[in-house]
Write a protein that binds this ligand. Sequence first.
Ligand SMILES: [Ca+2]
Ligand SMILES: [Ca+2]
Length: 262
Amino acid sequence: MRARRLFLFVALLLGSSGGVVLRAEEKKSAAPPEPPKPLVTMPLGVIAGRTNTLVLRGLRVKEATNVVLDGWSRPLPVVVRKREDAKPPDGLPAARAGDQQLEIEVFVPAAAVGATSLAWKVSGTNGVGTLNGIPVLSAEEWIEAREPNGGFSEAQTLKVGQTVRGTLEKTGDVDVFRLEVAVGARLHAEIRASRIGSTLDAILTLYDEHGSLLASNDDALDQDPALDHTVSTAGPLFVVVTYANEKASKTHGYLLRVEAVK
Ligand SMILES: [Ca+2]
Ligand SMILES: [Ca+2]
């Protein structure tokens, strides 16, 4: 009788401890809650001295309880106008292009021109997600890419010192910019895209007015191209932006800047 009671006691003890182990395993296999993850800004960058209306794509961003543009002398408050599910563009994984988006508005003071290392900070109940490297563009030095700009004859004028903001959105999209520069000028052309959250893998190519290739680059900084060129003949130059990705996409934004090198 005593032996039987002992057996029952041991069985209960084992049963109970077995239950504890099982619960611990269940807890381990459930994914821990994660904060919102901002991934892509559309269009890229913000313009100083005005209210910017943008779309911020990412994972879990619909849960946002607070959004700021951080990194300047004070965090800039962001107004969320709309939050919605938004399937990733064809051919892109949600981990890269997001599956939700926020329509946002942010006023960026003129004094913030030149600020570096700005970041979207999206707070949720499970923490804060950050997207770094948001450029602040000056209203005087910035232009928007305008279609059609797919060939030399319809190229958009770009001045040295300006930044153009564009997107390679449609299949086969090519953006061509015309530069008037003096013989002997030394130029540096650079794309900011993948480094700052765009899904674009850009290629930058420079041609003379006769269509001869002068310089080309695919990946200099991350997937972003950059190139240097000294102008040796008179006549306009053409800077061409194309994509190395499989497909064009509305998330393929870029900023192109051409600067004079001293
Ligand atoms: Ca185009
Ligand atoms: Ca590239």
